[in-house]
Design a protein around this ligand. Structure first.
Ligand code: ARG
Length: 459
């Protein structure tokens, strides 16, 4: 016939440009294993319901296994003329087993087939995403445990704000990634309904058993509306939005590592294994992995936007527009996974520079809030007055080029006569962090409690 796939209706084959714009095999071959799993489940169900014979189902099963090993072995010849992974596998099945191959597509359409394959693929990615998050959280817990009481500056506006602990800072990312984890688990639970058996859009007149195929493929249940089942790409969008938010988190941490590893900060030393050199400047050790992770959110959120715009305004049910879903998701998934793995490696390998962190923690008048709180607590001043007095003392120290604890008692008393020696107790950074015992605060005891809570959650 003049057309490899639907010669019955067509007298002429497609223009080369038509074939080029239409073919998805170049990328959807990544779903080969899912396509074969879906077809095996479908064929087994067709036999169990008496729609095809057991011997045809057995031939199909064996043929599909042969094809799977050809694909895994790299000997399978993909054809652009056959458009996509579904037609490529089916055409090869015909070559391998002959006539029974033509019975596989009974009660099925490429519309429910592609939705099923893609869901299975995205579901695998959600599982990998979860694994990557857990591994990174564990690496952060290791850092938090090692430095639960290391003092460092906490920032707002990237200006020194109050002393915090290294462990507390690490645990902030554990919380963020923990929300990512819960989003991934939610998305996985919600998406786990089988589109298979929705057929083209309306269901089928064959007595199929959708429960059976759903179960065989690890779905919780069949999707309840055939129109929705073939038109839905929410699962891909949810994956991309979970991935975007996580990539944004990774980007923020990456930015901190870039700053912290600079000669000006020296808060952290990245390992050689996760750094690069310069071809001209011999002294350089660049945080390239962190920079690339910082950038990944661009393409991942780009994919989210792209797919949202592909889906927007599409009438029910399937339209070919939807073939544009896969490359976005594939690219986002690949980049998310490498970013998670690289971040995990960097975090495991990095060394927090305790002395540099402590020195920075005490600079920039970081205990000014402790001083103001002392004026309230010990002298009974209203907080606004205490704020003003402390501001005056900071100005005085700044003029002298010293830090708050370097001011003499006499100098302090010149601003407020009732200030006494005990004020110096609260100007030290250790005391400052130890005092922040409110739930979720930076005190090492609080940080250790949170580390234990997370260990319990992950166990
Ligand atoms: N390659 C197509 C896709 O990725 C498969 C579904 C084709 N269905 C159809 N009715 N043309 O979306």
């Amino acid at each position: 016939t003049s057309n490899k796939m639907w010669g019955g209706r067509f007298a002429a084959g497609p223009d080369a440009i038509m074939e080029a714009i239409n073919a998805s095999i170049g990328f959807d071959k990544r779903m080969a294993a899912q396509d074969i799993a879906g077809s095996r489940a479908h064929a087994a169900m067709l036999a169990a319901t008496g729609i095809i014979t057991d011997s045809d189902a057995e031939a199909i099963r064996e043929g599909l296994l042969t094809i799977l090993s050809e694909i895994e072995g790299g000997t399978f010849e993909f054809s652009t003329a056959l458009e996509d992974i579904h037609m490529n596998v089916e055409a090869r099945l015909k070559e391998v087993i002959g006539e029974p191959a033509g019975r596989l597509h009974t009660g099925r359409s490429r519309n429910d087939q592609v939705a099923t394959d893609f869901k299975l693929w995205v579901r695998d990615q959600l599982d990998a995403f979860e694994g990557g998050l857990v591994a990174l959280i564990q690496a952060l817990l290791g850092q938090a445990e090692a430095g639960a009481d290391w003092v460092m500056p906490g920032f707002t506006h990237l200006q020194t704000a109050q002393p915090v602990t290294w462990g507390h800072h690490m645990m902030a990312y554990v919380e963020m990634l923990g929300r990512d984890l819960s989003r991934v688990r939610d998305a996985r639970a919600r998406m786990n309904e089988s589109p298979l058996g929705a057929a083209a859009l309306a269901g089928t007149s064959f007595p199929i058993d959708r429960e059976m195929t759903a179960q065989a493929l690890g779905f919780d249940r069949p999707a309840a509306n055939s129109l929705d089942a073939v038109a839905d790409r929410d699962f891909a969008l949810e994956f991309l939005s979970c991935a975007s938010i996580c990539a944004m988190h990774l980007s923020r941490f990456a930015e901190e590592l870039v700053i912290w590893s600079s000669a000006q900060f020296r808060f952290v030393t990245l390992s050689d294994r996760f750094s690069t050199g310069s071809s001209i400047m011999p002294q350089k050790k660049n945080p390239d992995a962190a920079e690339l992770i910082r950038a990944k959110v661009g393409r991942i959120f780009g994919a989210n936007t792209a797919l949202m715009l592909v889906m927007k305004g599409l009438p029910l049910t399937y339209s070919k527009d939807m073939q544009e879903d896969k490359e976005q998701v594939f690219d986002a998934a690949d980049n998310l996974m490498i970013a998670l793995a690289a971040m995990e490696g960097m975090v495991r390998d990095m060394t927090g520079n305790r002395a540099e962190l402590a020195a920075a923690a005490g600079s920039g008048f970081s205990t000014a809030t402790d001083l103001a709180d002392w004026l309230v607590r010990v002298l009974g001043l209203p907080f606004r007055d205490a704020h003003h007095i402390t501001g005056t003392l900071v100005g005085m120290a700044e003029k002298q080029g010293c830090d708050l604890p370097d001011l003499t008692l006499a100098q302090m008393q010149s601003v407020h006569a009732d200030i006494n020696e005990s004020v110096f107790d609260v100007l030290g950074v250790e005391n400052s962090v130890n005092s922040r015992m409110s739930y979720g605060g930076t005190a090492p005891a609080q940080v250790r409690a949170q580390i234990e809570r997370w260990k319990g959650l992950l166990a």
